[in-house]
Write a new protein. Sequence first.
Length: 364
Amino acid sequence: MDRHPPSIDAEIQRAETLPGSFYGSAHWHEEARARVFARAWHFLGAGELARVPGQLHPTLLGEGVLDEPVVLVRDRDDELRCLSNVCTHRGALLCEGPAIASQLRCRYHGRRFGLDGRLLASPGFEGATGFPRPEDDLPRLPIGVWRGFLFAALAPDLDFGSWIAPLAERVAFLPVEQAVLDPARSRDYLVHANWALYCDNYLEGFHVPFVHAGLAAAIDCGAYRTELFAAGSLQVGIAAGSEEVFDLPAGHPDAGQRVAAWWFWLFPNLMVNVYPWGISVNVVQPLSADRTRVRFLHYAWDPGRMANSAGSAIDRVEREDEAVVESVQRVTRAALYRRGRYAPAHETGVHHFHRLLVARLAGA
């Protein structure tokens, strides 16, 4: 197998897509884990996970692909932190469930850490030379907060402000902080397809008239458009009829248009779908070369507007997407299929994603 990432021409008019074999490759799955997801920002949840001083919330960073144990901590000075949840002695898990505590204590050998990650005590190490070292403190991860939503990264290749800016600026007028998680509408989907193939499908509206009859009736497919950003893209859905639309303020980039939805994608695997009633956060979690878990988290600030919204049938749209994506995955290794071409007017988002992906895989 070729160990060099495929080349994607910068000009969409002549570019070829990723090879079909890419989507079933264990090699490229592992390369993406190390070169893409280890350098990416990851969604952790909302601020209630660690709202009060002393509150601890263990979780996994990059669940499914990195599975890095971390713990969200709000210390006694009310500062939010994201720390490694692995003891620096022998690698035991420190915090095994949500708790209120003044420190972290390893139940294996009693080592204790402050809520800022500093080593406080290490029983039995009285005779050790050159101890403690900075490495004996818990590593602190970069953390980003956007209007109550929490993110963290191992070694991000973009600063958080730049990464989140396109979303933050477009929806600045919306009451995002008032959004409340609805567990009954939130769910996980297991997709028998590669994570990148799932993203490909999300990043174009070209398939909507052919795959999503209900969604196609709610939005004006002729007015559908995609905007590209340095590390993401936006698809703008214009209402076709009487669907709920945003009340856009003067000076907004979309002022004067009947916008029914914004579908944001932030590289590599975060989808933030914004509707007049709230937000659906979709976290795409690669499990293997041909298995992906997609976590749908439903946050609403005005659920009464949902029934007549372009986002009212999220579950149906997801199941329709799964069916078509899984059908493509099954034939990606077909001997008679190698690479396709991009539809220049419709697949700029897919082309942009592929360019970002292969650049990271090449070490850029």
